[in-house]
Design a protein around this ligand. Structure first.
Ligand SMILES: [Zn+2]
Length: 91
């Protein structure tokens, strides 16, 4: 199996159009075991699919996250007033 053939198989798998035969599966694994560029490609695709399925957000860059939190806090205080602190200490 060549790299092109392997990438073609991956494309079809991602599209959900492929059922690998046992022989193809073995060729796939054998190629992957000795081809570093293809390992990287497969690893990236696997991570992307896992992220997609897990529905996890990508981490925001720190400055953007800080601005977002500040904007949300500002909106909250506009609507609900200052955030109460240490609630429950004085009934
Ligand atoms: Zn390869």
């Amino acid at each position: 199996m060549t790299c092109e053939e392997l990438l073609q198989l991956i494309n079809e798998m991602v599209d959900g159009e492929l059922d690998l035969s046992v022989a193809e599966c073995r060729q796939f694994a054998e190629h992957l075991a000795q081809c570093n560029p293809c390992q990287v490609v497969v690893d990236n695709i696997r991570k992307t699919i896992q992220l997609y399925r897990a529905g996890e957000p990508f981490p925001l860059p720190q400055p953007l996250q800080k601005r977002l939190v500040e904007a949300l806090r500002h909106r909250w205080q506009e609507r609900f007033g200052p955030v109460a602190r240490a609630r429950g200490n004085n009934p």
